[in-house]
Design a protein around this ligand. Structure first.
Ligand SMILES: Nc1ncnc2c1ncn2[C@@H]1O[C@H](COP(=O)(O)OP(=O)(O)OP(=O)(O)O)[C@@H](O)[C@H]1O
Ligand SMILES: CC(=O)N[C@H]1[C@@H]2OC[C@@H](O2)[C@@H](O)[C@@H]1O[C@H](C)C(=O)O
Length: 366
């Protein structure tokens, strides 16, 4: 099968910047990971996206771009184009044939089959001179799926070279999502709850910093169990998969009144507990958890996870298994773009609830 070299671009729900990663693949089991990079959004741009999330709430049809959204979509796309150009200058030996472009999610309403990612694939193709696959969530929703998570197909491909089945990948981004990979058969996946988004909002509002770097703020505080329990009373955690979340589905209301450090520590505990609760919706308890995403840098989340799994179960950071926990989503978007190009399914009934395995994405040529 032909190999395609693709660059994946991910601007996730944490809104911290653009992850880039190169994957050369046949879109099936042959996955060769290349270099990765990151371009941070400055604080003012992050605030502009946050404001846009509010404006996006009124969207009823996915092509609507009220308020600042049209201008922001163009700006986001041009920033991605710049990021690609700079990355390719730094990595002169890479000759990509394709871009997989996620864009910035500003609204996700699976119950209305509505998901909106800001990102103009045609403009990115023109700016970079490369074919672009974008809008990879929409077709899943047309086929009855949640439109998220999409990373599981990539997790399953990576799992083939890892030692212990069944295993679970956990991506602790703004929202967390989990993928259960059995020794044989399709992966089982779903969004598991708040990841870093609540912690980021808390320390930004109460402490004026973008995130709780290395959990330093939380280290000064303690877990307020009653608050964790109130978060965990949300019916979301009882709901069987498939399920997916909008960034604003969980709010800070339940943490109101806490001290800064106690809030940061308590919300880290919520993040871990939400992931542990996900095991109840998997076919079996995984023997190995592989932690990816920025939240793996918060030692409190990781310690709570390690303390909460049954004995004999291992919790490893992506790097402990030879993977890159920061680049994984961008890698996934490269991999998925190649799958889309080859007409292969991106999602499965067990990952998003789509009626049958479906491909997706829109191809824009330069
Ligand atoms: N050193 C660190 N210590 C603690 N937390 C960190 C650290 N570095 C990053 N983070 C957290 O990780 C977040 C970014 O994570 P990541 O890039 O995985 O999210 P994302 O891809 O935007 O989200 P999603 O997966 O939901 O789309 C930051 O907003 C911050 O909360
Ligand atoms: C609609 C949307 O952008 N969802 C994101 C978000 O961030 C994490 C979680 O919620 C996940 O389901 C998804 O992203 C990952 C990359 C995915 O689709 O697999």
């Amino acid at each position: 099968m032909t190999l395609t070299c693709a660059i994946g671009l991910m601007s996730g729900t944490s809104m911290d910047g653009i992850d880039l990663a190169v994957v050369t693949t046949d879109g099936r089991g042959d996955v060769r990971r290349g270099p990765a990079g990151f371009v941070a959004y400055e604080a003012a741009f992050r605030r502009r996206i946050e404001t846009a999330l509010g404006e996006a709430r009124g969207i009823c049809a996915r092509e609507e771009r009220p308020g600042d959204l049209a201008a922001l979509e163009r700006e986001i796309t041009l920033r991605h184009a710049d990021a690609v150009k700079r990355f390719l200058t730094e990595h002169g030996d890479i000759a990509p044939q394709l871009i997989g472009f996620h864009g910035q999610t500003v609204l996700h309403r699976p119950e209305k089959a509505l998901t909106v990612q800001l990102g103009d694939g045609a403009l990115l193709a023109r700016e970079t001179g490369l074919p672009v696959v974008h809008d990879m969530r929409a077709n899943d929703m047309v086929h009855g799926g949640q439109g998220a998570p999409l990373v599981p197909a990539y997790h399953a491909a990576l799992a083939a070279s890892l030692p212990r089945f069944p295993m679970a990948f956990v991506n602790i981004g703004g929202i967390s999502n989990v993928t259960f990979v059995p020794a044989a058969g399709d992966p089982v996946a779903f969004d598991s709850g708040p990841g870093n988004a609540l912690i980021d909002q808390w320390v930004s509002g109460e402490g004026g910093v973008a995130f709780d770097a290395d959990g330093m703020i939380a280290s000064e505080g303690g877990v307020i169990r009653a608050v964790v329990e109130r978060y965990m009373e949300s019916p979301f955690f009882e709901r069987a998969a498939p399920k997916s979340l909008d960034r604003n589905d969980f709010t800070l209301d339940l943490a109101a009144g806490l001290e800064l450090a106690d809030g940061a520590r308590t919300l880290a505990a919520v993040s871990a507990e939400a992931i542990l609760a996900a095991a109840a919706h998997m076919p079996a308890h995984p023997k190995l958890w592989i932690i990816c995403g920025g939240g793996r840098r918060n030692p409190h989340i990781v310690a709570d996870l390690r303390a909460g799994v049954p004995s004999g179960v291992e919790v490893l950071l992506a790097e402990d298994t030879g993977l890159d926990g920061d680049a994984m989503e961008a890698e996934a978007w490269a991999y998925l773009a190649v799958r889309a190009l080859n007409g292969l399914p991106l999602t499965f009934p067990t990952t998003t609830g789509c009626r049958e395995p479906v491909t997706g994405g829109v191809l824009s040529l330069p």
